[in-house]
Design a protein around this ligand. Structure first.
Ligand SMILES: Cc1cc2nc3c(=O)[nH]c(=O)nc-3n(C[C@H](O)[C@H](O)[C@H](O)COP(=O)(O)O)c2cc1C
Length: 189
């Protein structure tokens, strides 16, 4: 069984990106599963908190889940043509302490998708992730790309993915990424 973990970068109840993540979990190919995790409980990064109290429990739990997974799917909104602060904040906590980065991120297969009600489907946000992912030393899967634009007409009011074309694109992308995650050797393996 190939085990992926997926994280949405939005806290919004009606989030298109969280809806996209749940749709992905339902479209996984045979022999693979996608566990949906959240950044909701991750506090704002504060070096004083880290120095005095260490890594917060929700951060440690998410780090361990990423370390145990065969691949990581990031579902990113776009704010002001870049990564939303809450998502970047989460990844910053997850990168602490630096000595633990190899265990959590080194050579970890990572794929990026995103949804926006606008016309460009998070293209700039996805591009903004690249230097972050490079810094963490992940193995970025660049073969597949999914930019969900006009998200308001792609999901129904319950957050179900109702656009057949996007559904097919997402399923194809997941197939490709699972194949990649299955064969890509990771650190510690
Ligand atoms: C502060 C802020 C900045 C935004 N900037 C962009 C942007 O640069 N590009 C874009 O496509 N959408 C932008 N949006 C609209 C978001 O794509 C939209 O709110 C989207 O629904 C957020 O993702 P979510 O549905 O997963 O919460 C912005 C929204 C906010 C709140």
């Amino acid at each position: 069984m190939t085990k992926l973990i997926g994280i949405s970068g939005s806290l919004r109840r009606g989030s298109y990106n969280t809806a996209l993540l749940h749709a992905a979990a339902g479209l996984m190919p045979e022999g693979a599963e996608l566990a949906v995790h959240t950044i909701r409980d991750i506090p704002l990064y504060d070096g004083d908190v880290e120095a005095s109290a260490g890594i917060p429990a929700p951060v440690t739990a998410l780090k361990d889940a990423i370390a145990a997974a065969d691949g990581l799917l990031l579902v990113t909104p776009e704010y002001n043509n870049s990564i939303p602060g809450v998502f970047k904040n989460a990844i910053d906590w997850l990168s602490r302490p630096p000595a633990d980065i190899p265990r959590v991120f080194s050579r970890k297969p990572v794929a990026l998708i995103g949804a926006s009600p606008g016309s460009f489907g998070t293209i700039l946000s996805q591009a903004a992730w690249l230097p972050v992912l490079r810094t963490l030393g992940v193995t970025f899967w660049s073969e597949g790309r999914l930019l969900v634009s006009r998200a308001g007409s792609v999901f129904d009011q319950n957050g179900a993915l109702v656009d057949a074309k996007i559904k097919e694109q997402l399923a194809t992308l997941l197939n490709g990424f699972v194949e990649f995650a299955r064969i890509e050797p990771q650190s510690g393996q």
